[in-house]
Design a protein around this ligand. Structure first.
Ligand SMILES: Cc1cc2nc3c(=O)[nH]c(=O)nc-3n(C[C@H](O)[C@H](O)[C@H](O)COP(=O)(O)O)c2cc1C
Ligand SMILES: C=C(O[C@@H]1CC(C(=O)O)=C[C@@H](OP(=O)(O)O)[C@H]1O)C(=O)O
Length: 399
């Protein structure tokens, strides 16, 4: 079974991931993983933290001479910001509480920070987490709730992507909406997306919309506001039959939805036509089946999944991200200690992170597909997995 866990606080020493269940003899290079980490750090609209960090993976176990051993893999991605937060974040220090105010280097300026955070931000994990975990200091919640954790998930996703690439499968995302601006709805080939998306500052393929999206982000920044949006993840070359109809937790659409919804600030997931399918008659929704040396569909409104299984068409899933909760123009909230109303001032935040979230979306989709792949074609070495896959593909030809 392919599974993973991440650890780490946003301003702690590092974020890490432990992966288990990958077969032996898969070629894995830090260069590819680092490139994926850099893609996640990009995107117009991010705040000062991304100028400071330069995410690089350090492989701690499970890989020797560039190939997996079949043993658990551990990664570490250091937080460069840690040096500025040691007094507050050290596992063995006093949390900075004894000092009243701690000097922190933030975006090249030295600022005085109260070590204890008591003002919960609407839309973040602050209030619910502090009450649930019996914490007086919201930092004990926000550090782990932070999307810094997605760096670790993108490293795991890069491994899953390298695994899937051995079978000719590519996973890529593009932005279809930021704030009120929507990109033109085109049926795009994956290679078209791969060739063009990374050169767009907002990772969209619609040049006209790109300009408008950037203008809307600039405007939101000036107004101290934040924006959300929608990304699509597209995967090609998937065989028929990943996932299963037989049990609720084996259905691939459900598993992809959970994976995408688990990304910080994602509030909706669509598979294929998604919500639009609800308003159309069946004759305009269901994809007619044809046979041309293999079974295919005339259209792909289902987004590549029927009955919780891949149906041989490209997988198309979308995710909606809410606007970033931390606002320079703060919303009303109540202090945890005094119970008094306040409007907090903010020092640093992203205006939007939809382009980054798209890269995280690719990672979690790739992970889920790699898991489903190993459930169906699993083996202890890559050669064994390839044999199992090829024999299944051969068996489909004889149907
Ligand atoms: C890539 C990425 C970057 C984010 N950056 C910020 C940020 O700078 N400030 C912030 O308040 N929230 C940010 N968020 C969103 C919060 O992490 C998220 O809203 C919070 O953890 C609460 O979880 P929920 O929105 O899923 O309920 C970001 C999310 C992602 C995916
Ligand atoms: C660190 C990352 O994103 C962070 C996610 C985040 C949040 O609340 O989710 C808040 C911000 O953290 P900070 O207050 O340190 O600037 C973002 O920068 C990252 O994506 O690597």
């Amino acid at each position: 079974m392919f599974r993973y866990l991440t650890t780490g606080e946003s301003h702690g020493k590092a974020v890490t991931a432990v992966i288990e269940g990958l077969p032996a003899n898969l070629k894995l290079t830090p260069k590819y993983i680092n490139n994926e980490l850099a893609r996640r750090q990009g995107g117009y609209g991010r705040g000062g933290r991304m100028k400071l960090e330069n995410d690089q993976v350090e492989i701690m176990s499970g890989i020797r001479a560039n190939y997996t051993l079949g043993s658990p893999i551990t990664f570490q991605i250091k937080n460069k910001d840690w040096v500025n937060w040691q007094e507050i974040m050290s596992p063995t220090g006093d949390g900075g509480y004894d000092q009243g105010e701690v000097k922190i280097k933030k975006d090249k300026k030295v600022k005085r920070v109260e070590p204890k955070v008591t003002k919960p931000r609407p839309g973040h994990a602050d209030l619910a987490g502090s009450l649930k975990y019996d914490q007086q200091d919201i930092r004990n919640i926000l550090e782990r709730a932070s999307a810094r954790e997605t760096a670790a998930r993108v490293a795991v996703g890069a491994v899953a992507k390298q695994f899937l690439r051995e079978f000719g499968i590519k996973v890529i995302s593009h932005i279809v909406q930021i704030g009120s601006i929507k990109a033109e709805d085109k049926d795009l080939a994956v290679n078209q997306i791969i060739d063009n998306v990374d050169s767009s500052p907002v990772r969209t393929l619609d040049a006209q919309a790109e300009e408008e999206m950037i203008a809307e982000i600039k405007n939101a920044k000036e107004e101290g506001d934040s924006l959300g949006g929608v990304f699509e993840v597209v995967t090609t070359n998937l065989p028929i039959g990943l996932g299963s109809h037989v049990q609720w937790d084996r259905k691939l659409d459900g598993r992809l939805a959970q994976a995408l919804m688990s990304i910080q600030a994602i509030k909706g997931v669509e598979v294929g036509l998604g919500f639009k399918a609800a308003g159309k008659p069946g004759s305009q929704v269901h994809d007619e089946i044809i046979y041309k040396s293999e079974f295919k569909h005339k259209s792909n409104n289902a987004g590549g999944i029927e009955g919780g299984m891949t149906n041989g068409e490209p997988l198309r899933v979308k995710a909606a991200m809410k606007p970033i909760p931390t606002l320079y123009q703060p919303l009303e909230s109540v202090d945890l200690e005094t119970k008094e109303k306040f409007k907090a001032s903010v020092e640093r935040s992203d205006v939007t992170a939809v382009p980054a979230a798209g890269v995280v979306g690719e990672a979690v989709v790739a992970i889920e597909l790699a898991k489903a792949w190993l459930e169906k074609f699993g083996g202890d070495s890559m050669a064994e997995v390839k044999r199992n896959y090829e024999s299944y593909i051969e068996s489909l030809k004889n149907r």
